[in-house]
Ligand binder design. Structure first.
Ligand code: ZN
Length: 222
């Protein structure tokens, strides 16, 4: 149902599908919009490879499970193993850059947060990480100056720049690799700018990363 494989520069990659490591509250304006304090160190969580789905024509959402929010995030395809790495090593391991939706079942997440319980049911369900094809690192300029835009039904909903990240990409990868070995084929999501909101069946989404990535899909029910 959620057929997905990694594509880089238009070609199917032989990298396996791995885990997806995500960071919460990596843009101050988004932390504020959800009334969350800014963390003193990165908030990390993981989605399994079964969360991956391709963004092409359809975005499948489990509408029976309550409100589902889009969070549009720059994503990094990892090409080399990283353990306790420094920033130079992290830079060499980035095989591709893309866009992903960190789909979040917000009602379920709020209930779990209120009870102090883990977020997996809200963030790690099947199809919870619709992702674009990647472009190679060389196709982009400064990773910390990329515009992330999401349009819903023709209206702009998210319009942020990666220069506003609390933890820039390379320090984030170095931090993650202190806890979780990153393997070739893993993906790292770098957090969402503000403007997140609910999805409804029939919504038409357009996602853009500067002028390097442009992809779209219509929300359908799981
Ligand atoms: Zn997110």
């Amino acid at each position: 149902m959620h057929q997905y494989s990694h594509f880089v520069d238009g070609k199917q990659s032989d990298l396996p599908l791995g885990k997806i490591v995500c960071v919460g509250r990596n843009y101050a304006a988004h932390a504020r919009e959800l009334n969350n304090p800014l963390p003193t160190s990165p908030v990390l969580f993981i989605k399994p490879s079964t969360a991956l789905a391709a963004i092409n024509s359809e975005i499948i959402v489990p509408t029976a499970l309550g409100e589902c929010h889009f969070e549009t995030e720059m994503s990094l395809l990892i090409g080399k193993k990283l353990i306790n790495c420094g920033e130079d090593e992290a830079a060499r391991a980035i095989k591709g850059v893309g866009l992903s939706l960190d789909l979040t079942l917000r009602d379920i997440q709020q209930d779990l947060k209120d009870k102090g319980l883990p977020w997996e049911k809200a963030k790690a369900f099947d199809g919870a990480c619709p992702s674009s094809a990647f472009v190679s690192r060389a196709q982009l300029g400064d990773l910390q100056n990329q515009q992330i835009r999401l349009y819903k039904n023709g209206q702009i909903q998210q319009d942020g720049n990666t220069s506003d990240m609390v933890n820039p990409v390379l320090s984030l990868l170095a931090y993650i690799s202190q806890f979780f070995t990153l393997l070739p084929g893993d993906i790292v999501l770098t957090g969402t700018p503000s403007g997140v909101g609910p999805l409804q069946v029939g919504d038409k989404l357009v996602l853009e990363l500067s002028d390097a990535i442009h992809c779209k899909g219509e929300v359908v029910s799981a």
